[in-house]
Ligand binder design. Structure first.
Ligand code: FPP
Length: 242
């Protein structure tokens, strides 16, 4: 089923890159007397709506935290549910995202994902590869510290092989080895569910990102709330330490 989602109202300053920590699925389910899976299922529907709203509002890059490395520590049944929902999401949204010009990229490790999810996400990436609108980074089995370890490993390999002078290691050399290479840093980080922490998400990239948090749990977050976050961002004065 394809839902129509209205574009959020224009604000004076639209962030180029928005990152979202989608939190509060289980608390929303518990508060409504529903099983955990229903919270995640509703969260998946919210994700589709926010992707379309973001694409229509002129945002260039949206990066969402769908599954962290730490999430492997959850009960096996919940992990399995999340993997199944991820595959369902990829298969169900491929056409709609392609139609909106959304180009999907996976950030995080692929090798530990179940084959069905890996294939569904690869299909989603391939189906949307020609998109010229918004880039959607899906962070799945992602952890910022691991991402930094990988970047540092490639720097060390390049130095050891004589391809890189240690004096040439600067911020661009590091940023260019992260999974977000070539993309602008997030301007705005949204966290739903009321907590105030980064949870190992985009630690290097968020050095000067504006943070915005809401108590609203992710399943209840909608285009209006998203628009509120963009409006709050437009009021911020960004000085980048100057
Ligand atoms: C956080 O709520 C949400 C998650 C860990 C999963 C988010 C995933 C989706 C919305 C869809 C899955 C999509 C893919 C591509 C895998 P929580 O479970 O931490 O809730 P709580 O804070 O209330 O405990």
């Amino acid at each position: 089923m394809i839902e129509r989602v209205e574009a959020v109202p224009a604000v004076t300053t639209t962030p180029r890159h928005v990152a979202i920590i989608m939190d509060g699925n289980r608390r929303w389910a518990a508060a409504n007397g529903l099983p955990q899976i229903e919270g995640h299922r509703r969260g998946m529907l919210t994700l589709r709506r926010i992707v379309i709203a973001a694409a229509k509002s002129g945002i260039e890059v949206l990066t969402v935290y769908a599954f962290s490395e730490e999430n492997w520590g959850r009960a096996a049944a919940e992990v399995s549910t999340l993997m199944d929902l991820g595959a369902t999401f990829a298969r169900r949204e491929a056409e709609a995202f392609a139609r909106e010009g959304v180009r999907v990229r996976l950030i995080g490790r692929r090798d530990r994902l179940p084959i069905a999810l890996r294939e569904a996400l690869a299909m989603l990436e391939a189906r949307t590869a020609g998109g010229t609108g918004m880039t959607l980074n899906l962070a799945v089995d992602y952890g910022a510290r691991s991402e930094l370890c990988s970047a540092i490993r490639t720097l060390a390999e390049d130095v050891a092989a004589g391809r890189l002078d240690p004096d040439a290691i600067d911020e661009d050399a590091i940023a260019g080895r992260l999974s977000t290479a070539g993309l602008p840093d997030p301007d705005l980080l949204i966290r739903t569910g009321g907590d105030l922490r980064l949870s190992n998400f985009l630690l290097y990239q968020c050095a000067y990102t504006e943070l915005w948090s809401t108590a609203v749990p992710w399943p209840q977050f909608d285009a209006r709330a998203f628009s509120g976050a963009l409006a709050a961002y437009a009021q911020r004065q960004r000085r980048f330490g100057k």
